[in-house]
Design a binder for this molecule. Structure first.
Ligand SMILES: [Zn+2]
Length: 336
C-alpha cells in the first residue's frame, strides 16, 4: 500500500549542541522509514516553502514579519530560558517544515490510492500560537494543514499524542467549530495548559478535548482513551481527515516526558486509530517532539506499520494503573 512522506532536516536551524531539538531527530525518524523497505510504495514529497496565503491562514502577517526581522538581524532566543531559537535561517527553515507538511497533505488529497502519510519535519509546531513562538516551535505546522483542509471543506480532527500539551494548536482552534482538537498529555508538565476544563470557546464548546494524565501512564491507558473517548468523538464528529501531532516523547525512553509508551504501543495506537477512523478517512502524522533517537526511530516505523496494517513485534505493550482514573474522569466529563 502506498504511503506518503515528507522529510525536512533543516540542519541550518541549529539551536546549539546543548539543545535537545536537533537535526539528528529527523535523521532517526528517516532511518525508521528506511528500515521498512517500502520501495516504490513510498511517495516522497518535495521539500517546499509554505505559501504566504497558507501561512496567513493561521499566523498574521505582523507575526511573520517579526520572525523575519529577528532572522535578518542575526537571530535571537525567543525567550529568557533559551528554549526557542530563531536564527538567521530559522524563519525560512520553519516555512519549509510547514510547506512540506502541506505538500504531503496535498499528495493524500489528490490521490485515491494514498490514504496515509507522515510529515517528518523540524522545528516542531504544536506550541506555536498564532502570534507567538514557544517551546522550540516557530510555526504551527499541523495547524496550517488543518486550517487549509478546513477551508477546502474537509472536517478535521487533530489528535495530539505528544507528552506535552499543544497549547499553540489549542489557541489557534479555540473558537473554531470546524476543527476538533484532542490532546493526551502529562498533567502538570510544560507548558502547564490543557486542563480537563479547557473545552473551547463559546462558539466551539467541546471541540477542544483535553485528557491530562498522571506521570507513569502507559499503553493500556492510550488504548482506553481510543476506545472510550476518541472512537465516540469520531462517531460524533465524522471527520474526513485525522491529523496526528506525533510526539515520540511519550515513549518510556524519552528524557523529557514521564509516560511509559513503547514503540509497540505507538504501533497499536496508529493501527486502532486507523480502524476507528474508517477506510474513507485520510490520516496524516506530523512530527512534534521526541528526544531519544532510538525511540524516535522505532516509534516512526511502528506508527507507519500501524497505519499500513502491517505487523510489529519490537518491544512489549505496556500497562499501568496510573492514568486509568484520569480517563474515567475525562470520559464522564465529556458526556460519553
Ligand atoms: Zn513534547
Amino acid at each position: 500500500m502506498n504511503f506518503a512522506v515528507g522529510y525536512v532536516r533543516n540542519d541550518q536551524h541549529d539551536p546549539g549542541e546543548m539543545h535537545v531539538e536537533r537535526v539528528y531527530r529527523v535523521d532517526a525518524a528517516i532511518k525508521g522509514v528506511e528500515s521498512l523497505g517500502l520501495g516504490s510504495d513510498l511517495i516522497v514529497a518535495d521539500t517546499i516553502s509554505v505559501s504566504l496565503e497558507d501561512l496567513y491562514l493561521v499566523h498574521p502577517k505582523e507575526y511573520i514579519d517579526k520572525l523575519t526581522n529577528v532572522s535578518t538581524s542575526g537571530g535571537a532566543w525567543a525567550d529568557e530560558y533559551e528554549e526557542t531559537w530563531i536564527g538567521e535561517s530559522s524563519t525560512l527553515a520553519a516555512m519549509n517544515a510547514a510547506g512540506t507538511s502541506v505538500e504531503v497533505m496535498s499528495i493524500l488529497r489528490e490521490s485515491k490510492a494514498v490514504n496515509y502519510g507522515f510529515s517528518i519535519i523540524r522545528p516542531p509546531g504544536h506550541h506555536a500560537g498564532p502570534r507567538y513562538p514557544m517551546g522550540f516551535c516557530l510555526l504551527n505546522n499541523i495547524g496550517i494543514v488543518a486550517r487549509k483542509l478546513s477551508t477546502l471543506g474537509e472536517k478535521v480532527m487533530i489528535i495530539d499524542i505528544d507528552v506535552h500539551h499543544g497549547n499553540g494548536t489549542q489557541d489557534i482552534f479555540w473558537d473554531d467549530s470546524n476543527v476538533v482538537y484532542l490532546s493526551i498529555h502529562q498533567n502538570g508538565l510544560y507548558p502547564g495548559t490543557g486542563k480537563l476544563t479547557e473545552i473551547g470557546g463559546e462558539n466551539a464548546i467541546l471541540k477542544t478535548l483535553n485528557i491530562p494524565l498522571e506521570a507513569g501512564s502507559a499503553g493500556n491507558v492510550f488504548r482506553m482513551i481510543l476506545e472510550s473517548i476518541i472512537s465516540p468523538t469520531i462517531l460524533r464528529e465524522s471527520p474526513t481527515w485525522i491529523l496526528v501531532s506525533a510526539g515520540f516523547d511519550s515513549h518510556f525512553k524519552d528524557p523529557l516526558g514521564g509516560f511509559e509508551l513503547s514503540s509497540r504501543d505507538y504501533f497499536n495506537f496508529a493501527n486502532e486509530l486507523r480502524q476507528s477512523a474508517g477506510r474513507d478517512t485520510k490520516m496524516l502524522y506530523v512530527l512534534e517532539g521526541g528526544y531519544d533517537l532510538s525511540a524516535i526511530k522505532d516509534s516512526t516505523s511502528a506508527s507507519i506499520l500501524g497505519l499500513l496494517d502491517g505487523s510489529f513485534n519490537l518491544e512489549n505493550e505496556t500497562y499501568s494503573e496510573a492514568g486509568t482514573k484520569d480517563v474515567k474522569n475525562a470520559k464522564s466529563y465529556f458526556g460519553f
